[in-house]
Design a protein around this ligand. Structure first.
Ligand code: NAD
Ligand code: HSO
Ligand code: ZN
Length: 430
């Protein structure tokens, strides 16, 4: 863990190093990922079987084994304990309600020239959702990916999830059923992204791929972009906690570790104007680590990418946060809304001392698939808009064309595009 203080002369280079860390992880796997994508394009299902055997440690006997059967889904769903099913249903209802509320309206307007102009929203035909599963299974990510797609009206929702050592996670399958996933493939990593983008004999190509994953998944999405659409690059998780003195250090410590336990590459940062709190949180992290089954991952993440930054005041905390553009931001201060007004770049913000980011991971309602690696400067979390596209339309009668057509003719002639000019002018009798 790094300790930084904005009042010291070495602050800027140390902070610049923190900013770079988030991007490093995806850049270093670009060669490996390019090779995996090329191999899937060349060898299809056979290559999927090879990579699954190598990376997920189970050997599918035939391409058909890559697809989860409806019998397996039903058996998994039936095995879910009632209290877990209730939790899944509560999460699904809340996530679906928030995403349905986002659905936009079509637009239609008639202007003074007599043209009618419109914009119509439509769902994408087929989406591929990637659900991570290498180091942990994420039923919550199934809901976060699939429910917005369903709310948008996507008819085909294909899901890829790795099943390390061949183990299917029942809650992942139950969540997929609950969220309306139409087909499930037990493949992971860059090979899953490549298969969904290019298609193989067993997996039909999709139009857009969404979902989080490790550095291989994030880089693969970046490389298939253009062939298919993608959402933001959601790679290893990050959190920035801005806290004033009036906090229990243990609460902050577990909030930081909640990201760290995801991945050795996760980044957890505390920013505070209170040096005593900073020290207390550092001590509390070490104590809390002892209780975590995933302590090895969390402590490596904290050691390599954790940071505690002491600032002069909360305004300076906001400035640094805007430079970090974190995936998650917790505002554990007396007036979180005032501080939020100073934040321009963050994937999702959690306001108050009783609003840990973990509540957003599961049950709050907004999406937990969020831009990482500083991409919150220009990207947003998953929403129904990732599954919709727009078509604009124009209707004109003769009178409307008379009103606007001569200007189009003039501009077409200025561009030297004679057929353009004539397509308007002929209708105007010219
Ligand atoms: N942003 C979000 O919403 C969100 C949600 C959940 C998880 N996450 C993040 O997703 C990530 C999940 O990572 P994960 O590893 O557990 O699961 P994953 O499913 O993303 O990756 C597992 C796959 O990685 C590939 N892989 C592993 N080692 C490889 C290697 N040496 N070469 C090539 N490919 C290799 C394999 O194909 C394997 O199936 C974590 O970073 C976590 O923080 C993010
Ligand atoms: N914090 C992760 C990235 O937003 C999402 C997640 C899923 N399960 C638990 N956490
Ligand atoms: Zn999480």
């Amino acid at each position: 863990m790094k300790r930084l203080n904005t009042a010291t002369p070495d602050f800027e280079p140390a902070f610049a190093a923190l900013l770079d860390e988030a991007r490093e992880t995806t850049n270093r796997v670009d060669g490996v990922v390019a090779e995996i994508i090329a191999t899937i394009r060349a060898h299809g299902d056979a290559a999927l079987i090879d990579y699954t055997t190598r990376f997920d440690r189970w050997a599918p006997t035939a391409p058909a084994a890559l697809r989860v059967t409806s019998a397996e889904i039903e058996a998994a769903d039936a095995s879910i304990r009632p209290e877990l099913r209730a939790a899944l249903n509560l999460a699904a209802e809340r996530i679906e309600a928030f995403h349905r509320a986002q659905l936009p309206r079509d637009l239609e307007m008639q202007d003074s020239a007599g043209l009618t102009l419109g914009m119509r929203w439509g769902a994408i035909d087929a989406v591929g959702i990637y659900v991570p599963g290498g180091k942990a299974a994420y039923p919550s990510s199934v809901l976060m990916n699939a429910l917005p797609a369903r709310a948008a009206g996507v008819p085909r929702i294909a899901m890829c999830v790795p099943t390390p050592d061949g183990a299917l996670n029942p809650l992942v399958l139950a969540a997929a059923k609950r969220a309306g996933v139409t087909e499930i493939f037990r493949i992971g990593g860059a090979q899953a992204v490549a298969a969904m983008a290019w298609g193989t004999a067993s997996i039909g190509a999709v139009d857009r791929i969404v979902g989080p994953g490790n550095a291989y998944v994030a880089e693969a999405k970046r490389q298939v972009f253009g062939r298919v659409g993608i959402d933001s690059i959601a790679g290893p998780s990050e959190v920035v906690v801005i806290a004033d003195a009036d906090n229990d250090p243990r609460h902050i410590a577990v909030d930081l570790l909640a990201q760290a336990e995801h991945d050795e590459s996760a980044q957890s940062i505390l920013i505070t104007p209170d040096a005593t709190l900073a020290d207390a949180v550092a001590v509390a992290v070490e104590a809390e680590l002892r209780h975590l089954p995933r302590a090895a991952i969390a402590s490596e993440s904290w050691a390599r990418h954790g940071a505690v930054i002491v600032v002069r005041d909360l305004a300076e905390a906001a400035t640094l946060t805007n430079r970090l553009a974190p995936e998650h931001l917790q505002l554990m201060v007396a007036e979180p809304r005032t501080l939020l007004a100073q934040i321009r770049h963050a994937g999702a913000a959690f306001l108050g001392r009783f609003c840990p980011e973990a509540v957003g991971d599961y049950v709050a309602g907004p999406n937990h698939v969020l831009p990482t690696g500083r991409t919150a400067r220009f990207a947003s979390g998953l929403s129904v808009f990732d599954f919709l596209k727009r078509t604009t339309w124009v209707e004109a009668d003769e009178a409307a064309l008379v009103a606007v057509g001569p200007a189009a003719v003039a501009l077409a002639e200025a561009e030297g595009l004679t057929a353009h000019a004539r397509s308007v002018a002929l209708r105007l009798g010219g």
